[in-house]
Design a protein around this ligand. Structure first.
Ligand code: IPM
Ligand code: MG
Length: 375
């Protein structure tokens, strides 16, 4: 395929995606379901360690609902790097079919091969799942009460640099080109979700983050569309920042507590939320919700930590992040008081346990025992 044909195909595929977005109006009403199926996916690296913890904790917290059949925790097998490479599919078709039979998912981290890993350079399973399930918003709260910090990040989750991250072109040895995509509907539905959250929570401040001075088309459109949506919320204070100064603002104790709801394109959201989680106490401490109309997937914001496994200290992985994601999942399906109960115990665990992630201090099993004991 020539470069022009490649580009033409990309544009056609994106136009088709926009048409699918326009046509889909699915919205799951969890209250109307007799049974809510929660799929659990172990993932790679430390994934099985933290997911074992999360499952044990949910089995205790939801014992009655599981016994009555209101909730089913269903293990989804096969989303491992070995199986994905054996089948040369980022999410094997049978695994995706099993996933689509669930209503919500709790997912451990999956390893993404990169260049130089000596593995087929397949697409990230996360990116595939977010796209296949159309999980267009990535919500990541970071809360530090003693600093008066109450941030919630609304990261765009299916577009930007990620939409075509595996479909760039190499022109001989001399040039590599990637593509970034912003669509009207993709941005508008994200911005709408963020402003609705801000409104429902006492008109919190909204900040839009881009690099629209450089990425003039894609970020320029993103910024404009977010301000268009803001017009429907005149009572909400809205401002915008370039991503570089925003990275600085978050560590500036003079002003960082002024930020509340932050809207970001995909890649900036990826980077800024790791920074924010680290400010909260580490990437092991923050949960993440990938939400679409029909499906939602909850996960830790960190990766599979293959280095911890290689160093033989996988049992010291901190399950806090995936359990924070479980709190978000419980709220999402309407189990608000169960969510609050688990959250309070997780706060206590964070205080009581020492989990630096370097093979010292408490183990994941200690964490699970502490939490199940207190529930
Ligand atoms: C995240 C992760 C993923 C991402 C990786 C695992 C593909 O870093 O959820 O933030 O880049 O989005
Ligand atoms: Mg990330």
């Amino acid at each position: 395929m020539s470069y022009l044909e490649h580009f033409e195909q990309i544009v056609k595929d994106q136009l088709a995606r926009v048409e699918r977005m326009k046509a889909s109006s699915e919205l799951t009403d969890y209250a109307a379901l007799d049974k809510i199926i929660v799929g659990t996916i172990d993932g790679d690296g430390i994934g099985p360690v933290i997911m074992d913890s999360c499952r044990a904790i949910l089995e205790k917290l939801l014992a009655d609902e599981i016994a009555s059949g209101k909730i089913e925790l269903r293990r989804i097998e096969g989303l491992t790097l070995e199986n994905r490479i054996a089948k040369m599919e980022t999410v094997p078709a049978d695994v995706l079919a099993a996933i689509k039979e669930c209503h919500v998912l709790l997912k451990g981290p999956t390893t993404t091969p990169g260049k130089g890993d000596d593995l087929p350079n397949i697409e990230s399973a996360n990116v595939t799942l977010r796209r296949e399930l159309d999980l267009f918003v990535n919500v990541r709260p970071v809360v530090i009460p003693e600093k008066n910090i109450d941030w919630i990040f609304y990261r765009e989750n299916t577009e930007g640099e990620y939409a075509l991250g595996s479909r760039g072109v190499e022109v001989g040895d001399d040039i590599a080109i990637d593509f970034k995509v912003t669509t009207t509907l993709g941005t508008t539905r994200l911005a709408r979700a963020a402003f609705e959250y801000a409104k429902a929570n006492g008109n919190k401040n909204v900040s839009i983050v881009t690099k629209a001075n450089i990425m003039k088309k894609t970020d320029g459109k993103f910024l404009q569309l977010c301000y268009d949506v803001a017009k429907d919320y005149p009572e909400i204070k809205t401002d915008d920042w370039y991503v570089d100064i925003m990275a600085a603002n978050l560590v500036n104790d003079q002003i960082n507590s002024n930020f509340n709801v932050v809207i970001l394109p995909n890649l900036y959201g990826d980077i800024i939320t790791d920074e924010a989680a680290q400010i909260q106490g580490g990437v092991g401490t923050a949960g993440s919700a990938n939400v679409g109309g029909r499906y939602a997937m909850f996960e830790a914001i960190h990766g599979s930590a293959p280095r911890m496994i290689a160093d033989g200290i996988g049992e010291y992985a901190n399950p806090a992040s995936i359990n924070r994601a479980a709190v978000m999942m419980l709220r999402h399906i309407g189990f608000v008081s169960k969510a609050a109960k688990l959250e309070a115990v997780l706060d206590a665990a964070q205080e009581a346990l020492d989990m630096p992630g370097n093979g010292t201090g408490n183990t994941a099993a200690d964490f699970t025992a502490f939490v199940t004991d207190k529930l």
